[in-house]
Design a binder for this molecule. Structure first.
Ligand code: DGL
Length: 275
């Protein structure tokens, strides 16, 4: 791989990673991007550790095979359940210099300068919440902070089905947010710990009191990547520049195009892939 340059790979189980991709392109518009949504197998949120690891590993490998030197797991469930195994078990056996980064660590880092009360609520998929990845990262980085979480099994499927602005979304956003904030009246920060949830942001804004900050990850991940590339010129020099963005899906490209148009506010060209 040395000597060639390639796009930044951005991976999610489905549409959620588009919320991260949008911020990456705003913050770092000079690079090329290749987005992969594993829509055929989404949602990942209620799947077991091994299944999420295997799906994620195959997708990451596919993005490397398409020439990406760096892949961002724009998915909390994959970051919680697969990132460490890929970094420790798979990368050492693959070509030199390939890298995979996740979204949980940068979000946990950013929380330190956002929460005043030190009481942080996290909404995520059942997989992310049961992994306790946020609780562990936040405890490591900000001792003294308390974390609370609620699993939201219905939210990613609602988004995947194109129902993000429907009444079903209202009902479940209200239900999960109430269950989370009801755990401690001093929670002042609510982390949308699933990249699908920013697509429900207007619903969260309606339900969450103004005194509670809603943290969505796109900007945080984009800032963290900009910082990473400054510290890793050897990776930065391998990224292709041109501002081009391509989209891949394991499902029907027409379906992807329709929903992506709503989420991104632009028309996209999508290729179907199978692996
Ligand atoms: N967008 C993903 C996340 O951040 C995955 C949601 C799902 O596939 O259930 O967790």
């Amino acid at each position: 791989m040395t000597g060639t340059s390639g796009p930044i790979g951005v991976f999610d189980s489905g549409y959620g990673g588009l919320t991260v991709l949008g911020e990456l392109r705003r913050r770092l518009p000079e690079y090329d991007y290749l987005y992969l949504g594993d829509n055929a197998r989404a949602p990942y949120g209620s799947r077991s550790f091994d299944v999420v690891y295997n799906f994620t590993r195959r997708s990451v490998r596919y993005l490397f095979d398409r020439g990406c030197p760096l892949v961002i797991l724009a998915c909390n469930t994959a970051s919680a359940k697969a990132l460490r195994s890929i970094q420790q078990k798979d990368l050492p056996g693959w070509e030199d210099g390939l890298r995979v980064l996740g979204v949980i660590r940068p979000t946990a880092e950013a929380i330190g300068s956002i929460s005043r009360s030190g009481k942080v609520g996290i909404l995520g998929t059942p997989g992310t919440v049961s992994s306790r990845s946020y609780d562990m990262e936040i405890a490591k980085l900000h001792p003294g902070f308390a974390t609370y979480s609620t699993a939201c099994p219905m939210l990613a499927p609602i988004v995947e089905c194109g129902e993000a602005s429907g009444p079903g979304a209202d009902y479940f956003v209200r239900k999960y947010t109430g269950a989370l904030l009801g755990q401690d009246p001093d929670i002042d920060t609510l982390v949308l710990g699933c990249t699908h949830y920013p697509l429900l942001l207007p619903k969260f804004r309606e339900v969450v009191p103004e005194s509670v900050q809603i943290v969505s990850q796109g900007e945080i991940v984009a800032d963290s990547l900009a910082d990473y590339l400054k510290r890793h010129p050897e990776m930065e020099s391998r990224l292709r520049r041109g501002g081009e963005c391509k989209y891949l899906t394991t499902e029907d490209p027409t379906k992807f195009t329709d929903l992506a148009r709503i989420f991104l506010n632009e028309s996209v060209d999508v290729e179907h892939v199978d692996f």
